[in-house]
Design a protein around this ligand. Structure first.
Ligand code: ADP
Ligand code: ADP
Length: 229
C-alpha cells in the first residue's frame, strides 16, 4: 500500500502561467523520492496536489491505482501525512498541539479517531524522544520545535504516505540532526515524497526528480545523476 502515480499532470493556479506542464512519475510503496530544482519550479505544488488542496486541469493522480478525485477527503487525509516547512501551532502547550493536530490540514474525524487509540501513553513518550518542550506555548517555540510537533502529529496518524517540505531555514546543527533522525524514523517503510534542500536527504532518496519551470528535466538515482554531470 502507498503507491503514488502522476500521469501527465497539468496544473495552473489562477494565473496565466502554467505551473506544471505534464508531470509523470511514480513512487513504489515504501520508497522515497526527492524533488529538487530551483525555487518556483513547482515542487511544493506537486505536494499540494497530492493532498488535493487544488484540483488539476488535466491528467491523473493515483494512489494505489485509484484516482484521488474519486476518493473522499477523509480517506485521502487518513492515508497521507504532511510535514510542512513551516508549521502553524495553536498558542497552547505542545501536547495540545500534538493531540489536536492542524484544523486546516487534518480532517476533524481523523484527529478524533487518533484520539481514541492508545494516544495518551504515546503522547507521553513523545517529548523525550523528540525533545519537545512540554508546557511551552505554540507561539514561543522555535522553527525546529515546530517541525518536531508536525512530526509527532504525523506519527499519530500513522499514514502510508508522507509528504515532506524540508525546512530551508538554518537551524543549529544539533537540532537539525535531531530532526532529520526523527524524520528518517517516521518515513521508514512509508512512501515518502520530499521537497529536498539538504544534500544528505537527496543522497538517501531512492530516486530524484529534478524540476525546472514545471517540467521534469532529469530523473534517476543520485549516482546516475552524478554520472550525467
Ligand atoms: P517550488 O516549490 O519549486 O519553489 P512552487 O510549487 O511553490 O515552486 O511554485 C511554482 C510556481 O507556482 C511559482 O511560479 C509560484 O510563483 C507559483 N505559485 C505557487 N503558489 C501559488 C499560488 N497559491 N497562487 C498562484 N501561483 C502560485
Ligand atoms: P501546518 O498548519 O501544519 O503548518 P500548512 O498550513 O503549512 O500546515 O499546510 C501544510 C500543507 O497542507 C501545505 O502543503 C499546504 O498546501 C496544505 N494545506 C494548507 N492549508 C490547507 C487546507 N485548508 N486544506 C488542504 N490542504 C492545506
Amino acid at each position: 500500500k502507498g503507491r503514488v502515480e502522476f500521469r501527465d499532470v497539468i496544473f495552473q493556479y489562477m494565473s496565466e502561467k502554467v505551473t506544471l506542464k505534464g508531470i509523470s512519475f511514480s513512487v513504489d510503496p515504501g520508497q522515497t523520492i526527492a524533488l529538487v530544482g530551483p525555487s518556483g519550479a513547482g515542487k511544493s505544488t506537486i505536494i499540494r496536489l497530492l493532498f488535493r488542496f487544488y484540483d488539476i486541469q488535466s491528467g491523473q493522480i493515483l494512489i494505489d491505482g485509484q484516482d484521488i478525485k474519486t476518493v473522499t477527503q477523509f480517506s485521502l487525509r487518513s492515508h497521507i501525512g504532511v510535514v510542512p516547512q513551516d508549521t502553524v501551532l495553536f498558542n497552547e502547550d505542545i501536547q495540545y498541539n500534538i493531540r489536536y493536530g492542524n484544523p486546516l490540514q487534518d480532517d476533524a474525524a481523523v484527529v478524533e479517531a487518533a484520539r481514541h487509540a492508545d494516544i495518551h501513553e504515546r503522547i507521553l513518550t513523545f517529548p523525550q524522544r523528540y525533545q519537545t518542550k512540554v508546557g511551552e506555548r505554540g507561539l514561543k517555540v522555535s522553527g525546529g520545535e515546530k517541525q518536531r510537533v508536525a512530526i509527532a502529529r504525523t506519527i499519530l496518524k500513522s499514514p502510508e504516505i508522507i509528504l515532506l517540505d524540508e525546512a530551508t531555514s538554518s537551524l543549529d546543527t544539533q537540532t537539525e540532526r535531531n530532526i532529520q533522525n526523527s524524520l528518517l524514523d517516521v518515513c521508514q517503510g512509508r512512501t515518502t515524497i520530499i521537497v529536498a534542500h539538504r544534500l544528505s536527504t537527496i543522497i538517501h532518496a531512492d530516486s530524484i526528480l529534478v524540476l525546472k519551470e514545471g517540467s521534469i528535466v532529469e530523473r534517476g538515482r543520485h549516482s546516475d545523476l552524478l554520472a550525467l554531470g
